[in-house]
Design a protein around this ligand. Structure first.
Ligand code: NAP
Length: 290
């Protein structure tokens, strides 16, 4: 089934549009839907069928792939009749970042509709999505794993199969806490350099190539220094992920002061109009106010 599998892809934003193109390149049939139709329509040139609504996309599909902003949005979009019209034995590949509680909630929704659910958030941003080099963190029933592989191989360079349902989302949150923390301390470090008369470019050059010089710091740090934030991953979605980390930590009675502080920085950057900019715009909240 896999090569000519029918994939209903809901959400053709930065990540979903790139994933749709890679599914098409792999020879799969893609029916794409997006709330703002103008973001789905260009996919027709690549061979996708652009659907009018989620149920039209999902009708008879072997896979339902969701790549939407958060669990509430997914629940309402999928709730528009998409789960009941899938092909017999279809699998829902939930690849958005929805956190622990969100993944549990969507898994319940799938179970209520007798649809197999694979929790499969991804690591990697716009460029890896375009190159089909995402890392898929998948967890779900053993008996559907083989059939999911070709879809994951089309969008990703590596699939990590984890144990029980929701484990992928929990690992994704752990990674995202690392990213959120890095971004926060990078923003403050560049701001601190400037405030103390140190050229922040010299900081990046000093750490480059050594164990401290993460390529990520070079990439996001350069955006902060130039104060130019073309979006790979928006500040508002990064703030959502910081919130998911804090929620999951609170469920375990864990106090995450660094994540909370960076979340507050994101709130400030978003309030000053940078929500749709890249998450590197958190820098605006870390610059001197006095
Ligand atoms: P994006 O470009 O902002 O796309 C978000 C998608 O959600 C769009 O299709 C958008 O539709 C849709 N959406 C938002 N609110 C909606 C609503 N109320 N009703 C219906 N649709 C709605 O985001 P993205 O970067 O592709 O991210 C998608 C998911 O992947 C998120 O969960 C994100 O956290 C995760 N992720 C992103 C990255 C990254 O680097 N970008 C990496 C890993 C994981 P419209 O176009 O109509 O707004």
């Amino acid at each position: 089934m896999a090569e000519n599998a029918k994939v209903a892809l809901l959400g053709t934003g930065i990540m979903g549009a790139a994933m749709a193109r890679n599914l098409l390149k792999a020879g799969m049939e893609v029916r794409a839907w997006n709330r703002s139709a103008e973001k789905a329509e260009p996919l027709a040139e690549d061979g996708a069928t652009v659907a009018e609504d989620p149920a039209e996309a999902a009708s008879g599909a072997d896979f339902l792939l969701t790549m939407l902003s958060d669990a509430d949005v997914i629940e309402s979009v999928v709730g528009e009749g998409a789960l009941s019209v899938l092909a017999e034995g279809a699998v829902w590949l939930q690849m958005s970042t929805v956190g622990e509680e969100g993944s549990e909630r969507l898994a319940r929704l799938a179970a209520e509709n007798n649809v197999a659910f694979v929790d499969a958030p991804v690591l990697g941003t716009k460029a890896p999505a375009e190159q089909g080099q995402l890392v898929v963190l998948a967890s779900g029933p053993e008996d559907v794993r083989d059939e999911c592989e070709p879809v994951f191989d089309a969008v990703g360079g590596k699939t990590v199969w984890l144990g029980g349902a929701g484990e992928g989302s929990r690992l994704k949150l752990v990674v995202n806490n690392w990213i959120v923390g890095l971004l926060g301390v990078l923003a403050e470090t560049i701001s601190f350099a400037r405030a103390t008369g140190v050229d922040p470019q010299k900081f990046l050059e000093t750490i480059e190539g050594g164990p401290l010089g993460l390529p990520y710091a070079q990439m996001k740090g350069s955006m902060m220094i130039e104060e130019d934030y073309p979006t790979s991953f928006s500040a508002k979605l990064a703030r959502k992920d910081a919130g998911l980390v804090l929620d999951a930590a609170a469920r375990k009675g864990l106090d995450m002061t660094v994540a909370a502080a960076v979340a507050a920085h994101f709130d400030e950057a978003i309030a000053s109009g940078h929500g749709d900019d890249d998450m590197a715009a958190v820098y605006v909240a870390a610059t001197a106010h006095g």
